[in-house]
Design a protein around this ligand. Structure first.
Ligand code: SAM
Ligand code: SF4
Ligand code: SF4
Ligand code: SF4
Length: 453
């Protein structure tokens, strides 16, 4: 039986998301913190190109696995997916049209470093309603600190050129910004750059937590050996982190700094994933992000040869579920192993998390980052815990207000009026509401003439 012929099994369907890597871990860049480049080692000797019959089988199985759902998302990632060339994505669209049920909408997303995007790519994305995720870490210096090409050269100009094409063609796009040692202390600057200079209406901030062992630390600090081929296979093991990693405190402060701007001017206008996720948890709805959901396991990864892994962050031999050439995707997604993977997110929480006042919002964060010990010595605490606590406690009052507005059928954006009123009465030399220890007027760049300090 060929890959294309595998019948769809009859198992219970649950919503899931799959990140497909048509070029595997291959990329034209060499970002120092990239956890994915070393995955090349899993497939030594491969051409790292998804074959046409596999592409066909993948699209068919993905659509079948969603049953009668009105919408199916095809998500492309990598490595760098644009290295596949436009014809690959044109063929993918043909298969989508062939396999979709009548009336079913197929949505394509692509996560890219943006350096190869030209007018032709942008036209293609626009004409086919692709949602483009663009990796940009902030203004030039902050971006170029870690996002470099194979020769160690900066990439900012190339990314901005790609963004210009996207914007000129009216492509839907969102910014994906990793937080690390270089940019984490610049929350307001990064936020205003993304919003004002780039015109981003959707933003995701992803903490860089590069876990490693004491032995591997020097190599890891060097960018896993500086060159992709020198990197050891990156695994989730060890209790150390690289110097590039964001600290818990930096992560919390970054989110708070951005929130303090956002809640005054941008609610309902700019979508910051973490704030939407927090509001969903305060409102009592399932959030869209696995990291702050009770359980996970619904965001899997597909390699270029059809191998399926439990999660994009666990593309390693111990978490290989199988290959879609041998077992239908739905069977792998619904396998007992994958269910256990997702359930473990909750079932392995330390007592410290179970007793935590913000657990309903945090849910312990991503299991990949749970390698610290709790104050009473229990293993399994998230490395970012202190930052989560600081952020979630900080936003408690405004989140309650926005959730209440939603329950009343009103727009959460109304909270901005409350802030405007409170700010108008706030003495310039009062402590800033961000809690960072600065005066309010200085923190918000307001005139400080009346500030006697
Ligand atoms: C692996 S890349 C693949 C897609 C594409 N090459 C890009 O850069 O957007 C996907 C996202 O993962 C982020 N990323 C890279 N290394 C990471 C790490 N160690 N931890 C968390 N995210 C990381 C990248 O910045 C990027 O936004
Ligand atoms: S662009 Fe950077 S983050 Fe994306 S795959 Fe390449 S090296 Fe990794
Ligand atoms: S391991 Fe982390 S990233 Fe993966 S699905 Fe679970 S929460 Fe999400
Ligand atoms: S904030 Fe810390 S203690 Fe609370 S649930 Fe999150 S990781 Fe656990």
């Amino acid at each position: 039986m060929s890959t294309v012929d595998l019948p769809a099994p009859t198992v219970r369907r649950r919503p899931f998301h799959l990140l497909a890597k048509p070029a595997g871990a291959i990329c034209n860049l060499d970002c120092t913190y990239c956890f994915f480049l070393s995955k090349e080692l899993l497939y030594e000797g491969s051409r790292f190109r998804m074959a046409d019959d596999l592409l066909d089988a993948y699209i068919r199985q993905l659509i079948e696995a969603h049953g009668p759902a009105p919408e199916v998302t095809v998500a492309w990632q990598g490595g760098e997916p644009t290295l596949m060339g436009l014809d690959f994505f044109r063929r993918s669209l043909e298969y989508e049209h062939r396999h979709a049920r009548p009336g079913q909408r197929i949505v394509n997303t692509i996560q890219t470093n943006g350096t190869l995007i030209d007018a032709e790519w942008a036209r293609f994305f626009r004409d086919n309603d692709f949602l483009v995720g663009l990796s940009v870490d902030g203004p030039r210096e902050l971006h170029d600190a870690h996002r470099v090409d194979k020769g160690g050269r900066p990439t900012f100009d190339r990314v901005m050129r790609g963004l210009d094409h996207l914007r000129e063609h009216g492509v839907q796009w969102n910014a994906l910004t990793t937080l690390h040692d270089a940019n984490a202390g610049h929350g307001r600057e990064v936020y205003s750059f993304l919003r004002d200079d780039c015109g981003a209406a959707h933003m995701q901030f992803i903490p860089i937590v590069e876990r490693t062992t004491a032995d591997a630390l020097p190599l890891a600090n060097d960018g896993w050996g500086a060159r992709a081929e020198d990197r050891p296979l990156y695994r989730q093991q060890g209790d150390r982190v690289t110097e590039r990693s964001v600290t818990a405190r930096q992560y919390g402060r970054f989110l708070i700094d951005v929130f303090e701007d956002w809640v005054r001017t941008d609610v309902g206008r700019v979508h910051v994933q973490m704030f939407d996720v927090a509001l969903a948890n305060w409102y009592g709805e399932q959030p869209s992000l696995c990291v702050h959901s009770r359980t996970c396991g619904s965001a899997l990864a597909l390699e270029h040869n059809g191998d399926v892994y439990s999660c994009d962050h666990f593309v390693e031999p111990d978490h290989l579920l199988g290959n879609i050439g041998e077992r239908h995707l739905l069977e792998l997604v619904d396998s007992p192993r994958q269910r256990t993977f997702g359930q473990d997110k909750h079932d392995t929480l330390p007592r410290y998390c179970l007793d935590c006042d913000v657990r309903f919002a945090c849910h312990g964060g991503c299991p990949k980052d749970r390698f610290d010990t709790t104050p009473d010595g229990e293993p399994g605490l998230n490395h970012l815990c202190a930052g989560f606590q600081e952020f979630f406690r900080h936003v408690d009052a405004p989140m309650r207000t926005m959730a209440q507005l939603l329950r009343q059928g009103l727009a959460p954006a109304l909270i901005m009026r409350q802030y405007a009123t409170a700010d108008a009465d706030r003495p310039h030399n009062a402590p800033c509401t961000c809690g960072g220890g600065r005066k309010w007027a200085r923190c918000h760049g307001r005139p400080v003439a009346a500030d006697p300090s």
